[in-house]
Design a binder for this molecule. Structure first.
Ligand code: PGA
Length: 251
């Protein structure tokens, strides 16, 4: 039985004060049967860590560099994040792939660095509209999953896959329940081939892309949807908690 995992990706939003307020609002309302996390911008992580200390809310980061220290101007490494109490970190978010032009090789190295340092890696995969329209969805997802190394990643509890169709991110247009389930089942089948069926059965697969209170119940009820990675709707405590509570009601 996989515990649902709802994570908020705050992206490049909020201020120090509003980050602390939002984090506190979420931390005090987490139900028992769901795992909940937030990924603030780097510069607010420390303040948010203090604000939520002692709560069950998991602290995350949106990105990390693949080296563990040194002359990499402007970058942040996983040991620094760990030092602040960060428990999970994203790799391969579509905005980093498409806007910041991260290559599959860099994404792969980042996923490895995050996992190897002892954090949970949330590895993001998903197709563009052009790729969906040309029936490339499953090929794209398979190739992005191949950035993960089964010889390095051995604990299924520290691997989460986020399926985020690029055409659904920040657009208000979500995948249908069936579209999400179809790709999630494919993700699990691919993980079973890369690792083994038992490992694949334990990995949480989140849906992301305009997940909001109105569509949360339908999407989160799908058999292979084990949570969500939320952007826009994670920036307000009430909408984020409505999604968290929808997940808790499904169990
Ligand atoms: P969205 O973003 O919920 O605003 O679509 C999701 C994400 O990019 O993780």
């Amino acid at each position: 039985m996989r515990t649902k995992f709802i994570a908020g990706n705050w992206k490049m939003n909020l201020t120090k004060t509003s980050s602390i307020e939002l984090a506190r609002g979420i931390a005090r309302a987490i139900p028992n049967n769901v795992e909940v996390g937030i990924a603030p911008p780097f510069v607010y992580i420390d303040a948010v860590a203090s604000a939520i200390s002692g709560s069950k809310l998991l602290l995350g980061a949106q990105d990390a560099y693949c080296e563990s220290g040194g002359a990499f101007t402007g970058e942040i490494c996983v040991p620094m994040l760990k030092d602040l109490g960060v428990r999970f970190c994203l790799s391969g978010h579509s905005e980093r792939r498409h806007i910041l032009h991260e290559t599959p090789d860099l994404v792969s190295k980042k996923a490895r660095a995050i996992y190897s340092a002892g954090l949970i890696v949330i590895h993001c995969v998903g197709e563009t509209l052009l790729e969906r329209d040309s029936n490339e969805t499953l090929n794209v997802v398979r190739s992005q999953l191949s950035e993960l190394q089964p010889n390095i990643i051995t604990d299924p509890n520290r691997l989460v896959i986020a399926y985020e169709p690029v055409w659904a991110i920040g657009t208000g247009r979500n995948a249908t329940d069936q579209q999400a389930q179809e790709v999630h089942a494919f993700v699990r089948q691919t993980l079973a081939q890369m690792w083994n069926p038992d490992f694949a059965a334990r990995v949480r697969i989140q849906y992301g892309g305009s997940l909001k209170p109105e569509n949360a119940k339908g999407l989160l009820s799908q058999p292979d949807v084990d949570g969500g990675l939320i952007g826009g709707a994670s920036l307000k405590a009430d909408s984020f908690l409505a999604i968290v509570n929808a997940a808790a009601a499904i169990g």
